[in-house]
Design a protein. Sequence first.
Length: 328
Amino acid sequence: MRDDVKTFIELCVRAFEPIGPVLEIGSRQTIGQEGYADLRTLFPGRAYVGCDVAPGPGVDRIDDACALGAADASVGTVVAADSLEHIAAPWRATAEMHRVLAPGGLCVVTVPFIFPIHHPPDYMRFTPEGLAELLRPFGHVAAFSLGCAQWPHTACAVAVRAGGADRTGFAERVARLRAAWDAAGRFDTLLPAEPLTSVVRLDTGDVQLDRIDHERTVAYTLDCPADGCCRVTLKVDAAGDPAGRQVRCVVTDAPDPERILRDVSVLVRPPVRGRWVAFPFEPLADSGGRRLVFRFSAPAGASGTRISVHTARVGGALSFEGFVRRRT
């Protein structure tokens, strides 16, 4: 159990107010995590069953995640915290999670991506989009990544099985989850997984670091080839105060630089070396054929936090990638 994973589950509980009974897949608490990895304290007043393939602390029932003993639609909430990577056929496990979950029930899943092999058997890793695809049969799914935008350490998702009563609306509760995560300010940005297509990527490898602040900006001009521009990433280093500093991206039209099309800020928390930071924004429906300018700065923030961008030693181009919304 990792701090950010436990916090994600806790905030999902607050945002979605799930019902019981709760079924945890992979509940055995490994050596050194006894007590800390016990998630049942996050679900007070709800019946709770911890399942695993081997006995140990936190295990109430020996069960195979690919052939659960629970009846159809008998569970109100399913939790699988960093367990799918240990299952040889994770698609069977998620199908079982869907089967036992009641309509309107909640499913919370976290999995590693860039992470050491651990607690063998350890079979595979998951991208955020791959996790969303596994959970697609649930009907309502929101997947996210944590860490570097291109090399995240974790993918996590929350899903609700379709067919139940409208519980204030899935999108509203996801927004509540993200707001609570941002307010906590303890971990990496919760970056939504979206169907994207890369339209430009620059990263020469032969780079220098270029400091930015509120007075000094760096810019990239993109002749966007397609509609739906909705995200850019910038490769940065950060040092100093771990409270972090906001990095701002302002999007304008090259012919009309005073007209701001999008304005988004992302918190970068040191220490960071060579991390791709994502700036997501509402898609520009008519971006195809337009010359867009992306200006990056680091407004005054935490004392001592230094933000540097990666630029090519020859030509000075930013390490930059731009994306448009992919048609699915």
